[in-house]
Design a protein around this ligand. Structure first.
Ligand code: MG
Length: 420
């Protein structure tokens, strides 16, 4: 497969998966007559270049900006405060440049004569830089995003609109208005990232195959404590010890409106936990608002449950992440509505005189694929914060009510006692 084919395949893959319509042209100026442009701005220290800007507002995720070029010039997308990316031709070379907080780096360059097309856009949490010198689009480069939305976009030309035509802002419906992540949160111990950092690299999405779960729930090991076999919620209670308000249906139970978080009646320490879940088949919401629930070990450490099948969110908050701390190694999500499984091996932290002497460890298989392996948890996990350990013993396994109708079935646990 050559570069062009790879890029075409990547673009096409967005539409059919989500059943989206074709890209919508959000803004177009064929001849640069000036009509429709909000401002022309002289930018200092750019060798006299003139920049035509356009506010892209909420369209930032998924916008592809495109222009046809006969001479020199190009495109930029700015997040403000010295953070922008640009793609331009100068002296017969195309340059892809990324600038974050004033630090500029050349990402890639290529030779290209004659009439070319240039475009800038987003692929998940990345910028993509492409050009067309002939029939097909070629991906020149990809780089991390330089700031959270919104962006300002426009063209850079050595002489205004000379030899430029066909400027378009194309909106990819599938990613419109996605906002995710935080930059004002505390640093995660032992990492260069802050909690829910949108710039942290996204886990690669893979197909999990058909290792697990099966179409029908399998039979638990003979020494397992069955927490849900499809018939009753007897092993569960709400936060006050009352019967859970989740709806029991044909072999599964589901979180309803204001059902509340539920927990096992029994408390557990170190365990092997098997649990199957499904996010709603009807897709609603985006980022953390789509198919969100969670499995809390010892009532404190959340393995995130979420629909992250083509749903971008901050990496430390997606399905199979240790919420607020560590993304999964890969994104092994199945489509909305499909049953998915977690097999979790959780080892309790140990304490002496109130101080942690051995941190909790966790291994997670998502649909049979290892996503966390023997990971030492740095502290108690949470939303937008980090918290140090506090001494605790065994706790309830909790299932989170995050306001989305997530389903669970086939839940069992095996207590991990010390080996003699
Ligand atoms: Mg959650």
């Amino acid at each position: 497969m050559n570069k062009t084919t790879i890029f075409a395949a990547a673009l096409l893959s967005l539409g059919p998966i989500l059943g989206q319509a074709e890209d919508k042209v959000h803004f177009k100026d064929d001849d640069f007559s000036g009509t429709g442009w909000s401002e022309f701005v002289e930018v200092p220290d750019t060798g006299g270049w003139e920049v035509i800007r356009r506010e892209l507002g909420d369209l930032a995720q998924g916008v592809v900006q495109e222009v046809t070029l006969e001479g020199d010039g190009g495109l930029f997308l700015s997040a403000g405060r010295g953070s922008y990316v640009s793609l331009f031709r100068s002296g017969g070379l195309i340059y892809a440049v990324r600038t974050r907080d004033g630090a500029q780096s050349l990402i890639e360059q290529a030779d290209a004569d004659g009439t070319i097309g240039l475009r800038l856009g987003f692929d998940g949490a990345f910028f993509i830089y492409e050009y067309r010198a002939g029939s097909g689009w070629i991906r020149l480069a990809k780089s991390d995003i330089v700031g959270v939305v919104p962006y300002t976009g426009g063209i850079s030309t050595p002489s205004r609109a000379d030899g430029m035509s066909g400027y378009r802002v194309v909106e990819l419906e599938s990613l419109k208005g996605v906002r995710f992540g935080y930059t004002n949160t505390p640093k995660i111990p032992g990492t260069p990232w802050v909690v829910h950092d949108p710039f942290r690299p996204q886990p690669r999405q893979i197909h999990p195959g058909t290792v697990t779960p099966r179409d029908e729930p399998g039979r638990p090991p003979s020494d397992a404590i069955v927490l849900f076999d499809g018939t009753n919620l007897d092993a569960w209670e709400d936060g006050k010890g009352n019967a859970p308000k989740w709806t029991l249906r044909d072999g599964y139970f589901e979180c309803g409106k204001k059902s509340g978080t539920i927990r096992t009646k029994q408390k557990f320490g170190s365990v092997q936990l098997h649990i199957e879940w499904a996010s709603p088949s009807e897709v609603k919401g985006s980022s953390q608002g789509r198919g969100n629930s969670g499995v809390f070990l010892a009532g404190l450490y959340e393995v995130q449950v979420q629909d992250n099948y083509d749903n971008l969110t901050y990496p430390d908050g997606q399905a199979s992440s240790l919420y607020g701390f560590r993304p999964p190694r890969v994104n092994a999500s199945r489509p909305p509505g499909a049953w998915q499984s977690y097999d979790i091996i959780f080892e309790m932290p140990e304490f002496e005189d109130g101080k942690v002497t051995r941190k909790a460890r966790i291994t997670v298989l998502h649909n049979g694929v290892v996503t966390q392996h023997g990971v030492e948890i740095p502290g108690i996990l949470g939303h937008k914060k980090t918290r140090p350990y506090r001494e605790h013993g065994p706790g309830h396994i909790q299932l989170q009510d995050h306001g989305n109708p997530v389903r669970y079935r086939n839940i069992w646990v095996r207590e991990l006692k010390p080996v003699q």
